[in-house]
Design a binder for this molecule. Sequence first.
Ligand SMILES: CC(C)(COP(=O)(O)OP(=O)(O)OC[C@H]1O[C@@H](n2cnc3c(N)ncnc32)[C@H](O)[C@@H]1OP(=O)(O)O)[C@@H](O)C(=O)NCCC(=O)NCCS
Length: 174
Amino acid sequence: MMNCTLRKISEEDVTQLQVISRSTFRETFEDHNTEEDLNKYLDEQLSIKSLLEELKNPNSAFYFAYENERIVGYLKLNWTSAQTELIDEAAFEIERIYILKEFFGTGLGQFLLNNAITIGKAKKPTYIWLGVWEKNTRAIRFYEKNGFKVFSSHLFTLGNDIQTDLLMKLDITN
Ligand SMILES: CC(C)(COP(=O)(O)OP(=O)(O)OC[C@H]1O[C@@H](n2cnc3c(N)ncnc32)[C@H](O)[C@@H]1OP(=O)(O)O)[C@@H](O)C(=O)NCCC(=O)NCCS
């Protein structure tokens, strides 16, 4: 059994956030995207400047997942005006949930999602939602088995490539 813990992070953790964000993003998308598109995204969206701005937003929260002392994944959560699409002001968004590839299938992803849902429910949202690339079949299956259902889609630009994200939501029943 893994020894996983979760910690809310702040601006002083930005360097480590950039390291885990870049390595997990690359591992997730390198097989299906050009090096040029990946680098453009990493340089523009996962720069220290952009991450610091995101960390300063009072309506977002980032968490690191640790296995013992090592950072092995992270979460980014948004509510109210910080949501990347304001379909419903009262909804709650899981914008990023990423773990290192070597931990796929170990229960770490489930640990992070369970925590994201618990944190989300405490804000009493109408529903919890997220966007996932239509070709990310592993993540889609992971969300489906956790009760998320596709309700819409939107376009997402990775570098210069325009891609379709499925929007999935989990209705809150209690
Ligand atoms: C998304 C993520 C957190 C899920 O964690 P995980 O440990 O991989 O999830 P699990 O192993 O519990 O579940 C994945 C499911 O997809 C299935 N799966 C694996 N590869 C698959 C594929 N190519 N097609 C369809 N299903 C697939 C697995 O069998 C499993 O389903 P099962 O439990 O019914 O057998 C993790 O994969 C991750 O961090 N990925 C990289 C980042 C990412 O894609 N984030 C989502 C961005 S929106």
